[in-house]
Design a protein around this ligand. Structure first.
Ligand SMILES: Cc1cc2nc3c(=O)[nH]c(=O)nc-3n(C[C@H](O)[C@H](O)[C@H](O)COP(=O)(O)OP(=O)(O)OC[C@H]3O[C@@H](n4cnc5c(N)ncnc54)[C@H](O)[C@@H]3O)c2cc1C
Length: 445
C-alpha cells in the first residue's frame, strides 16, 4: 500500500479502546507505524523486509537521513563520507515496500491508536514501534542550551565543523594573544565515551586544520571538564581510562571534579574543589547528559511502568505492558528484569527482535523474548586510532583497533534493502579473521 492508500485508510481515526490485546494484522487495514528511523526502527524495517513480511508499514522520521551515530566523529573529521555515515532513508528503503514519511511526530495517542504529524497528517495504526531515542539533557545549568553546542546528530556535526573552521580562520588572523587563545580553546563538557571520543578526535584534527591555515598548532587547546573524579566513570569503556587520551597531537587537558555552574558566550564557569573558576573558550560542546524524549514523557503510561528517568518499561518481548500492540526499544525503553546500556548494539538487536515478533503476530504464532548479546566495545581514540574490547576479553589499540572498529561498523552499516545482509552479528567472522594473526604478536591481554 502506498502513502495515499494508507492515508485514506487512516481516516476516520480508529476508535478501538485501550488494551484490547493483539489483533491479527491481516484483519486490519491500518498499517504498522515505525516512529523514528534510528537504530531500533531502521533495523526493524530492514528485518521486516528481509523476512519478506508483507505488512503495510510506514516509517516516520523528521530527518531525511539515517545517522550512524557511532561514526559521527569520522563524519566530523571527514575520515568517512556523508553517504556512508548518513545514508538517505529513501535509498535504504528503496523497493522495500516500506513507506518512508519525512515529518515530525507531534502527538501519540495510545488509546486511540493514532499519531499526528506536524504537517497535519495523521495515521491510525494496528501496531506501533516506538524508538525515538533520547535528547540532550542540560541539568538546568544556566546558559548551557543557548551557549553550548550539542553533538548527537548529523546536523550537530555539521554545525560544529562550521563553527570550528570559523574559529580557526579568525584565530589565524587575530593579533591579540588573549583573543587567539579563546578562539583556539575547545571545552568539551562531560567525560563519558562521547566526550572522550570527541576530545580525542579534536586533539588530532584541529592541529591539522590550523596548520593548513599556517597557524601554530601547539596553540590549540582541548579541555575536557568533568564533574566526577575520572573519565569514563560507570561507562562500558571504563577499562580504557588509563590510555584513552594518550598520545594525541596536542594533549587533552583534563579538568576533573569540575562542576559546570554556567555557560556564557565564550566562557565556562565551574567550581573545582569548591573554588569558582572560569575557562574562556570560543567552542563549548555539551556531552554531559541525556534526557528522555518529550514525546515519550507525554505518553499516558503509569509511573509504575517507567524507570526513574521516565523511560518506558517493556516486557521481555519488548511490548508495553498496558498496550501490547506497542513495541518499544532503544534509548527510550528499558526491560527492568534485564536492564542494558543505551547503545547502538542493543538498539539494532532489539530492532531484529521486534521485526520477528511483528511477523509472528501476523502469522498467529507466539512471540519470543529478546536475548541481547553484548559483544564488547569500540572506542575512537583520535584520528585513525581506536580501541576495541571484544567480549571483554581482548583489547586491541592503535591503528589495529581502528581497523577493527571501521571493519565492524562498515559491516554493520545498513545497506539498501535489495542487498541487505542479515547483520545480526556485531562482530563478524571478518573481524575475527582480522584479529587472529595479531594474537600471535601479543596485542591482546
Ligand atoms: C555521538 C554519539 C556516539 C555514539 N557512539 C556509540 C558507539 O560507539 N557505540 C554504541 O553502541 N552506541 C553509541 N551511541 C549510542 C547510540 O547511537 C544510541 O544508543 C542509539 O542510536 C539509540 O537508538 P534508538 O533507536 O533508540 O534511537 P536513535 O538512533 O537516537 O534514533 C531516534 C530517531 O528518532 C527520530 N525522531 C526523534 N524525535 C522525532 C520526532 N518528533 N519526529 C520524527 N522523528 C523523530 C530521530 O530523528 C532519530 O532518527 C552513540 C551516541 C552518540 C550521540
Amino acid at each position: 500500500m502506498g502513502v495515499e492508500g494508507i492515508l485514506r485508510s487512516a481516516e476516520p481515526a480508529n476508535q478501538s479502546s485501550q488494551n484490547q490485546g493483539l489483533r491479527p494484522m491481516n484483519d486490519s487495514t491500518n498499517p504498522t507505524l515505525i516512529l523514528g528511523g534510528g537504530f531500533t526502527e531502521l533495523f526493524t524495517a530492514l528485518h521486516l523486509r528481509h523476512q519478506r513480511c508483507s505488512l503495510p508499514t510506514v516509517l516516520i522520521d523528521k530527518e531525511e537521513r539515517f545517522i550512524f551515530k557511532p561514526l559521527l566523529y569520522e563524519f566530523l573529521s571527514s575520515e568517512m563520507e556523508a553517504n556512508q555515515v548518513c545514508p538517505r532513508y529513501e535509498e535504504l528503503l528503496h523497493n522495500s515496500g516500506i513507506t518512508f514519511v519525512q515529518d515530525s511526530i507531534q502527538t501519540i495517542d495510545l488509546h486511540q491508536q493514532k499519531v499526528c504529524l506536524t504537517s497535519g497528517l495523521h495515521y491510525t495504526y494496528s501496531h506501533l514501534v516506538l524508538a525515538l531515542g533520547s535528547t540532550t539533557g542540560y541539568f538546568s545549568v544556566e546558559g548551557t542550551q543557548e551557549n553550548s553546542l550539542p553533538f548527537r546528530t548529523g546536523r550537530d556535526a555539521i554545525a560544529l565543523t562550521k563553527h570550528l573552521r570559523d574559529c580557526l580562520q579568525l584565530a589565524s588572523q587575530a593579533e591579540d594573544p588573549q583573543q587567539r587563545c579563546t578562539l583556539l580553546t575547545v571545552a568539551v563538557i562531560g567525560a563519558g565515551s562521547s566526550g572522550v571520543e570527541l576530545a580525542a578526535t579534536l586533539a588530532d584534527l584541529l592541529p591539522d586544520w590550523y596548520t593548513k591555515l599556517r597557524g601554530n598548532s601547539q596553540e590549540i587547546r582541548v579541555v575536557l571538564l568533568n564533574r566526577g573524579k575520572e573519565i569514563l566513570q560507570g561507562d562500558m569503556n571504563s577499562r580504557l581510562r588509563e590510555t584513552a587520551l594518550e598520545k594525541r597531537t596536542v594533549p587533552v587537558d583534563l579538568l576533573m571534579e569540575s562542576e559546570v555552574t554556567a555557560v556564557q558566550a565564550n566562557f565556562v564557569e565551574f567550581k573545582r574543589h569548591t573554588q569558582p573558576e572560569v575557562l574562556p573558550a570560543a567552542t563549548i560542546v555539551w556531552t554531559a547528559s541525556t534526557a528522555t524524549h518529550p514525546l515519550i514523557k507525554a505518553l499516558p503510561v503509569a509511573e509504575e511502568y517507567r524507570d526513574k528517568h521516565g523511560r518506558l518499561q517493556v516486557t521481555p518481548m519488548l511490548q508495553l505492558p498496558d498496550f501490547p500492540e506497542v513495541f518499544a526499544g532503544g534509548d527510550c525503553a528499558v526491560d527492568m528484569e534485564n536492564p542494558l546500556p543505551a547503545t547502538a548494539q542493543v538498539a539494532y538487536q532489539q530492532g531484529a527482535i521486534i521485526a520477528r515478533n511483528l511477523k509472528a503476530i501476523s502469522e498467529g504464532r507466539s512471540l519470543s523474548p529478546a536475548h541481547i548479546h553484548l559483544r564488547g566495545t569500540l572506542l575512537k581514540l583520535g584520528l585513525a586510532e581506536s580501541a576495541a574490547e571484544i567480549f571483554d576479553r581482548f583489547e586491541v589499540k592503535g591503528k589495529l583497533g581502528h581497523l577493527i572498529r571501521v571493519a565492524t561498523y562498515l559491516e554493520l552499516l545498513p545497506t539498501p534493502v535489495h542487498d541487505f545482509k542479515a547483520t545480526t552479528e556485531w562482530l563478524t567472522d571478518e573481524v575475527f579473521h582480522l584479529i587472529k594473526p595479531i594474537k600471535s604478536v601479543q596485542s591482546f591481554h
